[in-house]
Design a protein around this ligand. Structure first.
Ligand SMILES: *[C@@H]1O[C@H](CO)[C@@H](O)[C@H](O)[C@H]1NC(C)=O
Ligand SMILES: *[C@@H]1O[C@H](CO)[C@@H](O)[C@H](O)[C@H]1NC(C)=O
Ligand SMILES: *[C@@H]1O[C@H](CO)[C@@H](O)[C@H](O)[C@H]1NC(C)=O
Ligand SMILES: *[C@@H]1O[C@H](CO)[C@@H](O)[C@H](O)[C@H]1NC(C)=O
Ligand SMILES: *[C@@H]1O[C@H](CO)[C@@H](O)[C@H](O)[C@H]1NC(C)=O
Ligand SMILES: *[C@@H]1O[C@H](CO)[C@@H](O)[C@H](O)[C@H]1NC(C)=O
Ligand SMILES: *[C@@H]1O[C@H](CO)[C@@H](O)[C@H](O)[C@H]1NC(C)=O
Length: 730
């Protein structure tokens, strides 16, 4: 191949493109992730999704929300072969064949799609190929592959060879071509599958069914002929899937009615809305800006589309590696963990409060599973499983039953998260219909789980976030979140329940829960018998400061940080470092905070498409690790941005503490902060810190700043000038 000619042609192509769209492209550079080569490990290709379907580009799987296969702890996302893995393998022109090795790969965050490009020029023939792949954000039963061919100088037909490499047959489904009893099978090739195994027979009486429709009836290889002289050519391959055949069929029909541009526009409009609702603008560090944008994008890909052609099916939660992964142990099997509520939800709720509602709704809808778990393990109330999938019963990986037995902090973690989310909407109806039933039943579980020695309440045989220490007594993190959960249960009871004259064991536990504290050393030992200097797996005690927001003196907090920073395993996950950053900010240790902030992302983000790994380069770990992104975004929003949510009596409170400059930037702004149904922006620049109201909801909000009180109106703007701002519902 004349390599020279080819790269020149590609260069021209780029110049034309950028000069055509200069006004927006200057500002979009933080939203284009471009690479000339693929990562050596294709696990680090972008994982895309629309809350209904998800897949990894060039990967071997498509997954559908809520569809799992396998019994008990072997329940994992049920894999469909990746029938969307199409690409142009070669082009034949006259007597020669050209293999297609793309020149560039791009993840376009603003518009929400992945594309790869190829340009060729020789013998008077100029050829440009653009291939796109995306899960449609509005027609969310649909996955789209598109090919655009632009060519000049072809006096013979071009033969384009497409290949489909879907990976091996599905282990999870038995498939058959859909029978003729449906109204529509004549029109589209249709596969009907049912999962082979049920997770838990009492709570899952039937297998999950799925219908997959294909816009074209070919497999493996297909040759397209582009007639001689044709300058523009378009081909698309669409897959739709749903548990309901009619839904999949209608979706296919409606997608195919669209011309390419209007179909694409329906998709990009949804992504534009996402970026309008929330974004973080960074000045002076393009690389960090791209990492932030890609991070927010990857999280959002696993969350439900908010406006769709057909109503969404119930959402089954946000797993650590997202909707587009989850068949392997390395992908957390697509299960839900505390990662959802503690690490991801605080960031996700700022993107859009509806998403937080849907995540909590998943827990609410699985209270029956949590009751089942409590009962099976000899307790009352609702005990959320450490790992949760279709039924909400315990689906811990068979490797590690002791983790499910001991990491009981998951249940109070969920309640703590309900408490911290409430101020975003200050919605009493939600409080009483969703938060209260969960808090109440978790409280009942906790009452049956604690042990009273007459002086104090204790929790034995537990494991805290530090999984290196099993079967301990009075893990401080666990005991504190139990206290917090029971406090919130009491708070919601006062608002939502009529029977307030019950004996108040909840408050008794809040008051007498044993919280280990070493007075001499002024720090919290992690659990009974913990010796200073013992290595821990990840942030545990230090979480008491943030995210738990447990009141303690600054010296204790600083001592906890100093003690545990030296003993936290190097191989720990990214979130630990983000939490060290936030907590060091709170005690004014800027240098340490800045160090940990950078440590919390730099080594975890793969360069090509800014995909996160669970562990640093050099350690094994899961790809598309959304949990790490959640911790990182919290470090920006709640750490450097200083944004915290509290209850103040029955009022909701947002505090903007002292804000800090993000290291290696010239300033930044967080746009779309959600509090009490209103939206704010916070801009932190060398010349000052400005809080603005972007959108005023129907609840009145009062700002206390520098001993003055102000009413918040749409377009209110305040210079915080280093002062702490308190925003309260009235
Ligand atoms: C998907 O297609 C690409 C391009 O043909 C190929 O490199 C990759 O191996 C395919 N993936 C699988 C799982 O076969
Ligand atoms: C392209 O496909 C045609 C028809 O399937 C086949 O004859 C030809 O060998 C293919 N070309 C290449 C380069 O694979
Ligand atoms: C077939 O169409 C009829 C009439 O529109 C409808 O009532 C029926 O539910 C459809 N069958 C299926 C399997 O969707
Ligand atoms: C578990 O449920 C059974 C049946 O409802 C009940 O008899 C039993 O007491 C429950 N166990 C506990 C510990 O509550
Ligand atoms: C935990 O330790 C206690 C003794 O402290 C022991 O009785 C119990 O069996 C242990 N539990 C597990 C699951 O190892
Ligand atoms: C702790 O430090 C913060 C930040 O410097 C300060 O605002 C706060 O007043 C201190 N709290 C106590 C109890 O000393
Ligand atoms: C500070 O500078 C930024 C741009 O760097 C500007 O957008 C903002 O309005 C300025 N803020 C104030 C309070 O002057």
């Amino acid at each position: 191949m004349p390599k020279m000619a080819k790269s020149i042609a590609f260069g021209i192509f780029l110049v034309i493109l950028t000069s055509l769209c200069l006004p927006s492209s200057a500002d979009d550079s933080a939203y284009v992730i471009k690479s000339e080569k693929l990562p050596t490990d294709l696990n680090f290709m972008p994982t895309l999704g629309n809350g209904h379907l998800g897949y990894t580009i060039f990967g071997d799987a498509i997954f559908m929300n809520g569809v799992y296969n396998g019994v008990g702890g072997n329940s994992r996302r049920a894999r469909l072969p990746n029938w969307l893995n199409l690409s142009v393998a070669s082009i034949q022109y006259e007597e020669w064949a050209l293999s297609i090795i793309p020149d560039a790969y791009e993840l376009r965050l603003k518009d929400g799609y992945f594309r790869w490009l190829f340009a060729y020029e020789a013998n008077g023939l100029q050829l440009q190929l653009e291939q796109r792949s995306y899960p449609h954000r509005y027609y969310n039963r649909a996955l789209i592959y598109e090919l655009f061919v632009r060519c000049t100088g072809a006096f013979d037909p071009l033969l384009i060879n497409l290949t489909q490499k879907a990976g091996s047959k599905s282990e999870a489904f038995d498939f058959a071509s859909s029978s003729t009893d449906s109204n529509h099978t004549k029109r589209y090739k249709t596969l009907h599958g049912a999962t082979r195994q049920r997770e838990q027979p009492d709570l899952q009486p039937k297998s999950r069914e799925i219908f997959v429709l294909f816009s074209d009836d070919w497999e493996n290889e297909y040759t397209i002929e582009v007639p001689a002289g044709e300058q523009e050519f378009y081909y698309r391959f669409v897959i739709t899937a749903d548990e309901n055949e009619e839904v999949a069929w209608q979706e296919m029909d409606e997608v195919l009615k669209h011309a390419p541009e209007s179909l694409f526009k329906k998709h990009t409009e949804e992504w534009h809305k996402f970026w309008q609702d929330f974004n973080i603008e960074i000045e002076g560090n393009l690389e960090m800006s791209r990492i932030i944008n890609a991070g927010a994008f990857y999280l959002a890909n696993s969350l439900p589309s908010l406006r769709t052609n057909r109503p969404n099916n119930p959402y089954y939660g946000l797993s650590p590696t997202g909707l587009g992964r989850g068949e392997l142990d390395a992908d957390y099997e697509g299960h839900n963990f505390w990662d959802t509520e503690i690490w991801m939800l605080p960031a996700v709720a700022q993107f859009n409060a509806d998403w937080a509602d849907q995540l909590f709704h998943y827990r609410f809808a699985h209270l029956a599973g949590a009751r089942f778990n409590a009962n099976m393990t000899g307790y009352r109330g609702a005990r959320f499983p450490w790992e949760s999938a279709y039924t909400g019963t315990e689906v811990i990986n068979p490797c590690c039953p002791e983790i499910a037995a001991q990491e009981i902090h998951i249940s109070p973690d969920i309640v703590l998260s309900l408490q911290q989310h409430y101020p975003a909407t200050h919605n009493t109806e939600w409080l009483c219909s969703i938060a209260w039933p969960i808090a109440k039943e978790v409280a009942e579980f906790l009452v049956s789980r604690v042990q009273d020695d007459g002086q104090k309440y204790h929790l034995k045989d537990v494991m805290g976030p530090d999984e290196d220490h099993a079967n301990v007594t009075d893990n401080v993190y666990t005991n504190v979140v139990v206290k917090k959960a029971l406090q919130f249960a009491s708070f919601t009871r006062a608002i939502c329940a009529s029977a307030n004259d019950l004996p108040d064991v909840w408050i008794d536990i809040v008051q007498r829960m044993h919280i280990l504290y070493d007075e001499n050393l002024d720090y919290h030992p992690q659990h009974l018998g913990y010796k200073r200097g013992e290595t821990v797996k990840q942030a545990d005690v230090i979480l008491l400061g943030y995210p738990v927001q447990y009141a303690m003196s600054n010296t204790t907090r600083l001592n906890d940080l100093k003690n545990y920073e030296t003993v936290t395993r190097e191989s720990g996950p990214a979130m630990s470092w983000s939490m060290f950053a936030i907590n060091f900010l709170d005690v004014n240790e800027m240098e340490k905070a800045n160090l940990y902030f950078q440590r919390g992302y730099r080594d975890y983000v793969r360069p090509e498409f800014k995909v996160w790994s669970e562990n640093k380069v050099g350690y094994e770990g899961s790809a598309n690790f959304l949990t790490g992104i959640g911790g990182f975004l919290q470090a920006i929003i709640n750490g450097y941005g200083g944004i915290r949510f509290h209850l103040d009596g029955q009022r909701s409170l947002m505090v903007i503490q002292k804000t800090h400059f993000l290291p290696t930037t010239m300033g930044y702004s967080i746009n779309g902060i959600k509090f009490a149904k209103s939206k704010f922006s916070l801009a932190i620049h060398k010349n000052g810190t400005t809080l603005k109201c972007l959108e005023k909801g129907d609840l009145d909000i009062e700002l206390s700043l520098n001993s003055q009180k102000y009413a918040i109106d749409a377009d209110s703007s305040f210079d915080l000038d280093g002062n702490v701002a308190f925003l309260r519902t009235i």
